[in-house]
Ligand binder design. Structure first.
Ligand code: GRG
Length: 298
């Protein structure tokens, strides 16, 4: 399948829905909503929502499942965008460039950026539990909300970020790097796939396979991110290249070198593809997404 066309049509679908779901800036909250919208529409790849929709499509092809899952897919993008806004703050990574544009706090100020992140995180829960997601059963809504909350909080992304910051400029074993990567980045990616599986009513065998796929591409995603941070340019990435080394972060290249890291990313991608062995061509988008995550250049 042609991944470029697939990604751009899925991106359009997600962005149309995001435009519908994020309120238009209007008094009295105009400035706050504008700051939320600024980061959501600053040009992200939309990988997490696209993975959610592709996982659902793998389980229930030729149905309207993707339409039903758009509120969940958009919730995942809201959580991801909140994490980037907060990650860029002076108290965290202190970055001025994201997706090739000024970071949220540079444009709106620190307090407004914190609140833009808070607003997006909270909107995500409104989208997952509210009346926009009513094509799903209440049980599915509850289960998805739990999985996403768990992956985003102290045992997932937030916890991973806390560990990452606590270990800057320190030597630590590879096991700790794995824990940081799994929780900071991998957990939300895995939850995106799981949410699609739950929304499509996957049986336990399909769900286990998709969970393994999610874990493997979550790992591949972060390994490639480490690789790009070490080898690419700020211009290509749209965010500061070389920042990991400057901030004394342990990364895959620091443990395995550039070539060794490429091999690890390839292995994680192959493991992801193997997990899909029992799926028909309905999982081709997931297969193509795994290859895309491995070969992406930004
Ligand atoms: C502040 C609670 C909190 C968490 C921050 C995700 C994260 C935790 C920080 C981001 C730091 C970072 C660059 C992690 C590497 C992986 C990652 C999430 C990259 C950005 O994701 P993409 O490439 O971004 O999907 P786009 O811009 O395409 O949406």
């Amino acid at each position: 399948m042609e991944i470029k066309n697939y990604l751009s049509s899925q991106r359009e679908k997600v962005e149309d829905a995001l435009r519908r779901y994020i309120p238009e800036p209007a008094p009295p909250f105009a400035e706050h909503l504008a700051s939320m919208k600024y980061s959501v529409f600053a040009g992200g790849k939309r990988i997490r929502p696209i993975l959610c929709l592709a996982a659902a499509e793998a389980v229930l092809p030729d149905s309207d499942i993707q339409e039903s899952l758009l509120p969940i897919a958009c919730a995942l993008e809201c959580i991801h965008t909140y994490s980037l806004i907060h990650d860029d703050l002076p108290a965290m990574d202190n970055d001025e460039l994201r997706r090739g544009k000024p970071t949220n706090h540079v444009l709106y100020g620190e307090a407004a950026a914190i609140l833009a992140g808070d607003g997006l995180l909270t909107l995500a829960f409104e989208l997952m539990t509210g009346n926009k997601a009513t094509s799903l059963s209440p049980k599915q809504q509850l289960e998805i909300t739990y999985i996403v909350a768990r992956a985003s909080g102290s045992f997932g992304m937030v916890g991973g970020q806390a560990l990452d910051i606590a270990h800057e400029h320190q030597d630590y074993p590879f096991e700790m790097l794995r824990t940081i990567h799994r929780s900071k980045t991998g957990a939300l990616i895995t939850a995106s796939v799981e949410a699609g599986a739950i929304g499509a009513g996957a049986d336990s065998r399909a769900r286990d396979a998709l969970l393994t796929y999610g874990n493997c591409i979550g790992l591949a995603f972060q390994i490639v991110d480490d690789l790009l941070n070490a080898t690419s340019t700020t211009e290509k990435l749209g965010k500061t290249a070389g920042s990991d080394e400057a901030k004394g972060k342990a990364t895959y290249p620091a443990f395995f070198g550039i070539e060794g890291t490429r091999l690890k990313a390839r292995q994680a991608t192959s493991d992801a593809l193997e997990a899909l062995a029992d799926f028909s061509s309905s999982a081709d988008p997931l297969r193509a997404l795994a290859e895309y995550i491995y070969t992406r250049s930004y």
